[in-house]
Structures are given as structure tokens and as C-alpha cells.
Write a protein that binds this ligand. Sequence first.
Ligand code: ATP
Ligand code: MG
Length: 274
Amino acid sequence: MLQFDRLTKTFGANTAVDSVTLSFDKPIMVGIIGRSGAGKSTVLRMMNRLTDASSGAIRFEGRDVTALQGAEKRAWQSQCAMIFQQFNLVPRMDVVSNVLHGTLNRQSVITTMFNLFPQADILKAIEILERLGIAEHAAKRAEALSGGQQQRVAIARAVMQNPKIVLADEPIASLDPMNAQLVMQDLRRIHEEDGRMVIANLHTLDTARRYCDRIIGMRAGRVVFDGTADQLTTGAARDIYGADESFSEAATSTEIGTLDRTYAEALSTDSVPA
Ligand SMILES: Nc1ncnc2c1ncn2[C@@H]1O[C@H](COP(=O)(O)OP(=O)(O)OP(=O)(O)O)[C@@H](O)[C@H]1O
Ligand SMILES: [Mg+2]
């Protein structure tokens, strides 16, 4: 379904993504982890063509999406919606209009300029907000919502695009643990209920383990781990993060669930003292 074939991105002498080859045969939920600068964002940015690959290819359903231009490129971009750490909503605009912006690539300039969206789209937007439990805020300005609520609006905007793939770049990095959980649950839902593939860059191991079917570990542009939550032991995590014996999982935790995880780890043989 989705393949990365020796995908590479260089910035001058710096190789940000170094010959990444991966294959996904069905729309699962994927977590990408790795320390700062490992190349996680660059991979997502190449996927939805915010930046061009230096070499290699990304194939989706047999088509090389790195080669698409013009209208085909825009069509691809709407098929892989992006969610960002900082939500990227229009702060002064109401929530429904923000969600409707997910349909912009289908609207004419005039429609967009005057915020004239088709009635069916407005109803659809409200339906999505209801599904994510935030319909009561539909008429408020985006800036009046909490961070967690704003990120759910961003998810609603992504769903409004009806994408096959949802790319999320550190979607919970600015949220408190409770909202982080809610946002991850929503991403999991749009994967499970709608069959959308979700690829999320995450900075916490416990979140990746809890929500993702498959975890990719990157280090200095390369894939150094590819496996399931169970396979991501503390030792494997230490390799990914390039840390020594002093590596502590607590430093990469979202807190909620840390207690039961710490207990589980106390029972496992590969645990390291915090
Ligand atoms: N536009 C750019 N110009 C030059 N170098 C860049 C650019 N974008 C990324 N890089 C470099 O590419 C490498 C990978 O960056 P990237 O943002 O993909 O890492 P990351 O894993 O997402 O890190 P973080 O966890 O901090 O978000 C880094 O060395 C970074 O400095
Ligand atoms: Mg990043």
C-alpha cells in the first residue's frame, strides 16, 4: 500500500533522512520515534510534499507520489492530511469555518473569500465535531478553546478532507497528559473506525507503545528500529535514543500510565533504574 524506497533528504552536507526503506501493506497506525534532529519531521514533510526528496521514492498504491506535479500533487496533498504540534488553526475564525478549511482544495476562490461553504459541507463539519465531542464549541473562535480542544478541531479539519493517510507531527507535544490521551484516542479512532492510515511522530515511548501498531525508530536519518510495541524494550529504546546506561524512560513519558508501566518494567528483566 505504502512504500518508502531509499528515501533520502540532504540539506547541504547534512543528510537529514538517509536511505529509508519501509513497506506497509495495510493502513495501520504507525509511530515514529527518535531524538531531536533524527529526521522524523522531514519524513512526514516529504510524504505530503511540503519538501521534495533528494533521492528515492514514496509509493502509494503503486504510484510514485514524490514525482507528482500541479493538480496531481495537490490532490495527493489532500489525501494525506497533516496535523501539527501547534494546531495551525486560524485563531480568530470560528471552529466550524476552521474545519471547513479542510475542503479548501475543492472550493473556488470566491467561495473561500466570502466563507460561503455548501450547506452539506457545514452539516458534515458539525457531524465530525460531534463525533470528536467538541460540537458545543462549533460557533466559538478557535483561540477561545483549550489546546486539547484546538488539536481536536485540527483533527476534525483533517477528517473533513477525507484523507487516506493522516500525518501528525508531534500532535501531543504541547498538551497536558490528559489532553494528550484524548487526542491520541481520537487519532486511534479515525484509524480504526474510518480505516485511515495514521503516521505520528511522537516524543514519548509510552504513547507510541500504547497507541501504535508499528513503531519506527530513527537515529541520525536512518531507521534503527522497526517493530511492535512489545519489541520496543528499554534496551531497544536506548539504542534509538543513543543513550547510555543512565537512559531513563521517564524522560520520554507522558506521565499518565507511567505508574503501571513502571510496575510492569520492574517485573521485566531489561529494565534500567530510573
Ligand atoms: N529546512 C531545513 N534546512 C536545513 N536543515 C534542515 C531543515 N529541516 C531540517 N533540517 C535538518 O535535518 C535534520 C532532521 O530534522 P527534522 O526536523 O526532520 O528532525 P526531527 O526528528 O523532526 O527533530 P525534532 O524531534 O526536534 O522535531 C536536522 O539535522 C535538521 O537540522
Ligand atoms: Mg520534528
